[in-house]
Design a protein around this ligand. Sequence first.
Ligand code: OGA
Ligand code: NI
Length: 215
Amino acid sequence: MVPQNVPLELLERIADHLIEKGYVIIDDFLNQEQVDELVERILFHREEGNLHKAGIGKPEDYQVIHEVRGDYIQWIDREKNPLFFSYYVDRIKEIARFLNRTCFLGLRDYEMHMTVYPPGAGYERHVDAFQKDDNRRLTAVCYLNSSWTPGDGGELLLYPVTDGGEEGIIVSPLGGRLALFESTMAHEVLPAKEQRFSITGWMLNERHLQGEGID
Ligand code: OGA
Ligand code: NI
């Protein structure tokens, strides 16, 4: 019996909202303790000097453009590193499997990085699905600032085409909250005023060469 970490009701709400709107926001996806533990891990990696300035695009056209994107990241090595965040990954995989069964998304793998936006950093409007391939199907961001308040900045703005307006939907990066959206949807991160922690990940249509994948 595979343990059921995400209640069926929530899985159904996620699928319905994703199909209808192209995004879904889930509050309290992680509890306080889990959020604190992940922040601790990120701070540890930062101390160790493992976080590096994020770039844009695929390795072959890799470039660091400070004006576009100001976050620091470390990719999570699925072989070496997974224990401390397995609770999170297991739930993400469960959502992916449910979406495969109900919406035929063909999700086969995932990738994730720890992310820190220092004060002043944001990420200009962009899409995550690379132009040359559409392997990134869904973006999943879990926010880790447990005492976030509006003055802290760093809101996510989503621009779903169906909603027409160019204003964007404002998603506050509340600790424990998960934002899940189509990777082809335009979005941006407003400049953070306080440092902003998150786990950023993607559900992929192609399988990595190594690792356990989604199914
Ligand atoms: C990204 C991104 C959104 C967020 O890393 O591609 O758009 O809210 N992140 O952190
Ligand atoms: Ni993005």
